[in-house]
Ligand binder design. Structure first.
Ligand code: DAH
Length: 313
């Protein structure tokens, strides 16, 4: 979690007030970056890691001790990044030669400036298109300089969405020492990390991170079965309890297109029940082949924003 990522001994993130220590040898994963070393060592040069991460923090609307991140790493060989050398051609190298072996704001001591710039272009293009995919091409983006112990140079990508600048991710050119300690000596790479709940909150209008832990079907049903391209806007759920009814009936034998009935039933239930209907779901179907009849069961969840409903109501 810290050592393999070159995190300084006195770095804030190591404090027991920030990280959950199980004992002196173990802590709960505080970021998905923790897997960079092992996965590079195993020989991978492009990977994504998705996982739950744990941080000690006050709990409020935007903070919860457990959340999720996605981590991405991409390593390049010289030829992949800068193109193949043809005979006698003088093309840049990944690594710096004297006198350019100094750490500067724009590069690490061991990297050539050309290789750093080329990786940076790849990194930024990749993450900008990810951002376009998530927030739409129209959304304005900006790169902000940042610091992470495991990258140099480091950046954060921000996007202007819903009237404010949102920090989407941290990233940078991976520290070469990190690659070397994982046994990678002939490549250079970039990495990024994204907090997933924060992005989902903005995209779907979820006002409180604690809602992700809700088992309330009024919350969960709003996302069930949706695909990433569907437009989803969270509708506030009521604090009052649900009243559940199951309703089953035989479909009219005249309607041959049974399957087309379902959305008619949904509409009818919503028309009759109005605002009080929180969810409708087809839960069972039965066909009596002999009699040529088919029945359906619908579960209707009623819930009011004003009060606890009685069964009669
Ligand atoms: N691990 C960082 C965090 O949790 C996020 C991050 C920043 C990941 C930069 C990276 C990176 O891979 O290159 O805040």
């Amino acid at each position: 979690n810290f050592d393999s990522l070159l995190t300084p001994q006195d770095h804030l993130s190591r404090r027991a007030s920030d990280t959950y220590y199980v004992n002196s040898d173990h802590c709960l994963r505080a970021h998905t970056s923790a897997h960079q070393h092992t996965l590079m060592q195993s020989g991978l040069d492009a990977f994504l890691v998705i996982g739950d991460v744990y941080r000690r923090d006050e709990v409020d609307r935007t903070h919860y001790p457990c959340f999720h991140q996605i981590e991405g790493v991409r390593l390049y060989s010289r030829d992949e990044l800068l193109g193949k050398k043809s005979d006698g051609e003088n093309v840049a190298d990944l690594f710096a030669a004297k006198p350019d072996t100094e750490r500067l704001p724009e590069k690490q001591e061991t990297h050539s400036l050309d290789a750093t710039k080329a990786s940076e272009i790849q990194l930024k293009q990749f993450l900008e298109s990810l951002c376009d995919e998530l927030f739409g091409k129209e959304a304005e983006k900006r790169w902000v300089d940042a610091y992470f112990p495991f990258t140099h140079p480091s950046y954060e990508l921000e996007v202007f969405y819903n009237g404010q600048w949102l920090e989407v991710l941290g990233c940078g050119i991976m520290e070469q020492k990190l690659l070397e300690s994982a046994g990678v000596t002939d490549k250079i790479g970039w990495a990024f990390g994204i907090g997933l709940e924060r992005i989902a909150m903005v995209l779907y209008g979820i006002p409180d991170i604690r809602l992700f832990w809700s088992k309330d079907t009024g919350f969960l049903s709003q996302f069930a079965g949706k695909s990433p391209t569907d437009e989803v806007k969270y509708k506030q759920i009521s604090a009052h309890p649900q009243v559940i009814f199951d309703l089953s009936f035989f479909l009219p034998t005249t309607s041959v297109q049974f399957n087309d009935m379902t959305s008619d039933v949904y509409d009818t239930i919503r028309n009759v029940g109005g605002e009080l209907v929180e969810q409708v779901k087809l839960t069972d179907e039965f066909e009596n082949k002999k009699k040529g009849k088919k029945s359906q069961t619908y579960r209707i969840v009623y819930r009011s924003h004003e009060k606890a409903l009685t069964k009669e109501e």
